[in-house]
Design a binder for this molecule. Structure first.
Ligand SMILES: [Zn+2]
Length: 195
């Protein structure tokens, strides 16, 4: 966790926004604490809070053990709040998904990779996908594992929001989106939101 003093609880209007978004996720019983910071960045897998605007490249982060989510306060003025909040919540779901479903999702991405599917369903996944080499996929390196996890979280947020306005970060071609949608329907991931 970053320095707790750099973080604050949600203000009442922010709480209202977050509660409205959580209410749209079926089954969710959030036992998560949400904290707000300003200027988030990552260094050696640690979250930094209070960095300058131009160094801040993150919107939010999830801390699985302590069941915390940290959100950048800027997001409350942006349309992206739902997508980013859901992404972070699905990190908790991925952690509890179990190996068979995780492997099944990994196989889906492996198949896309072989079919040279470009694009993703969020920048978080896409930036990792762009830095992958064939050897990462073959050897299932840390980079590949990170990509699979971020892709799951981005795709799950997309799955919850796809009926709404299209987002410029949803760049995956429709035929691959169809498969991902089917995977999420078959995996019945949403009930796992009872965290
Ligand atoms: Zn993530």
């Amino acid at each position: 966790m970053p320095n707790q003093r750099a973080l604050r609880p949600l203000t009442p209007p922010e709480r209202k926004q977050v509660d409205a978004l959580l209410a749209r996720l079926p089954y969710l019983r959030p036992k998560l604490r949400i904290r707000v910071g300003r200027g988030l960045a990552e260094k050696r897998r640690k979250l930094l809070v209070g960095v300058d605007e131009e160094d801040s490249r993150m919107h939010a982060a999830a801390f699985l053990v302590r069941r915390h989510i940290v959100i950048d306060q800027k997001l409350f003025r942006r349309r992206d709040l739902a997508r980013i909040l859901y992404h972070e919540i699905f990190h908790f779901v991925w952690a509890r998904l179990g190996n068979p479903l995780r492997l099944s999702y990994e196989h889906l991405l492996g198949r896309e990779w072989r079919e040279r599917a470009r694009g993703e369903l969020g920048w978080s996944a896409e930036q990792r996908k762009l830095s992958l080499a064939a050897a990462d996929v073959r050897r299932r390196t840390r980079l590949w594992a990170d990509y699979v996890c971020e892709s799951f979280c981005d795709s799950a947020a997309w799955f919850c929001l796809e009926s709404r306005r299209p987002h410029p970060e949803w760049t995956l071609k429709p035929r691959f989106c169809v498969r991902r949608r089917r995977w999420f329907q078959a995996a019945d991931v949403l009930p796992r939101l009872q965290l």
